[in-house]
Design a protein around this ligand. Structure first.
Ligand SMILES: Nc1ncnc2c1ncn2[C@@H]1O[C@H](COP(=O)(O)OP(=O)(O)OP(=O)(O)O)[C@@H](O)[C@H]1O
Ligand SMILES: [Mg+2]
Length: 272
């Protein structure tokens, strides 16, 4: 089976700093793929390149067999890649519902003349987009707050709203950049369940950046570990966790395999 996403020889230089060096990996359809590594390892930089926000210095990315080189973020979104951000990016003054509805609307409009001429086809698509937005807002448990401004929501709800907004783009691949940051233990558990539910409901492939090692190990079928821009391990969670290079570089900082789920090595600094 060919991978949904494949990354080959990917590097990114910021001046003299190599944020990523020669990274290769593949993600299979339907899996939840974990990406871990200490602060500054290059995880967000990788997501920025996958979504076209930042151009690779070298290397290629294929989404469903298509080369993403030179494609704009909107074109990549249309091909099926959507993301959430490490620092939540919502339209604070807009309603919860509009936060979910508007990005989809913008993407459709940019690709369809019908949006300009107001054809019946475009009206039907708008209707469908609104129905989907309603469904997604209900699904993330925000139905009762649908008309409230996004800025009025508590933190955990805003994180879920960001996920709903990404889902409104009907992605095939969903990239989540530290979605559990700042959540308590119960919220993290809920979020893990929620990620599985949306994967199944929408037939998604998910890439998850997360510092909380027990969460990643519980949720992901494969895990890749970045350290100073290098991919130092990838494979099944139990193999990666036992890899001496990983223990040395990352897990060795504390006993991440312990029962204490608050272990989140290096985690939590929102810098991107
Ligand atoms: N636009 C930029 N210009 C210069 N350097 C950058 C830029 N973006 C990221 N970097 C640097 O690249 C490296 C990787 O950063 P990145 O944000 O990808 O790490 P991360 O793994 O997401 O870390 P964290 O876990 O803290 O979110 C860091 O040294 C960072 O300072
Ligand atoms: Mg980051």
């Amino acid at each position: 089976m060919s991978p949904v996403l494949s990354v080959e020889g990917l590097s990114k230089a910021f001046g003299g700093l190599m944020a990523l060096t020669d990274v290769d990996f593949e993600v299979q359809e339907g899996e939840i793929f974990g990406l871990i590594g200490p602060n500054g390892a290059g995880k967000t930089t990788l997501f920025n390149m996958l979504t076209g926000l930042s151009k690779p210095t070298t290397g290629t990315i294929h989404l469903l067999g298509q080369d993403l080189s030179g494609k704009s973020p909107a074109a990549i979104a249309r091909l099926g890649m959507a993301r959430t951000f490490q620092n939540i990016r919502l339209f604070g003054a807009m309603s919860v519902l509009d936060n979910v509805r508007v990005p989809r609307h913008a993407l459709d409009k940019a690709s369809l003349w019908g949006g300009v001429f107001g054809t019946s086809r475009s009206r039907r698509r708008e209707r469908e987009a609104l129905d989907l937005a309603h469904e997604l807002v209900e699904m993330v448990g925000l139905g009762a707050r649908m008309h409230a401004p996004a800025a009025s929501l508590p933190y955990g709800d805003r994180r879920r709203l960001e996920i709903a907004r990404a889902l409104a783009l009907s992605p095939k691949v969903l990239l989540l950049d530290e979605p559990a940051a700042g959540m308590n233990q119960a919220e993290k558990q809920d979020l893990s369940n929620f990620i599985r539910v949306i994967r199944d409901r929408f037939g998604l492939t998910v890439l998850l950046i997360e510092h909380n090692v027990p969460m990643v190990m519980g949720l992901c079928r494969s895990v890749a570990v970045l350290n100073f821009g290098q991919l130092i391990a990838k494979g099944a969670p139990e193999d990666v966790q036992a890899d001496p290079a990983v223990i040395e570089a990352y897990l060795g900082v504390a006993d991440a395999r312990g029962a204490d789920d608050e272990v989140a090595i290096g985690g939590g600094v929102n810098n991107a």
